[in-house]
Design a protein around this ligand. Structure first.
Ligand code: SF4
Length: 87
């Protein structure tokens, strides 16, 4: 089990949809063609945060690749077990 934190800056998303394609359980597009981080906490000012406990290594890889694939780097991923910034 790995605990990660995903941080997302909605206002600067350009709707490229890489995240949605790579990790569709976590990301979807809204009516403005911007990404929504499902079940995330709204921190205000367009900032969202989601804590996930992940058992499946493939899912973990998908979350990292989704963040890495974002062309405007509005997704950050941190391993909360180690404190390591993954993306
Ligand atoms: S990959 Fe980045 S720019 Fe594209 S929809 Fe996801 S968050 Fe937005």
């Amino acid at each position: 089990m790995t605990k990660i934190k995903i941080e997302y800056d909605y206002d600067n998303c350009i709707g490229a949809a890489v995240c949605v394609a790579v990790a569709p359980d976590t990301w979807e597009l809204d009516d403005n063609s911007k990404a929504i981080l499902n079940n995330a906490k709204d921190l205000g000012n367009g900032q969202f945060e989601l804590i996930l406990d992940i058992d499946d290594p493939t899912r973990l890889t998908d979350e990292i690749e989704a963040a890495k694939g974002c062309p405007v780097t509005v997704i950050k991923v941190t391993n909360l077990d180690t404190g390591e910034r993954l993306v």
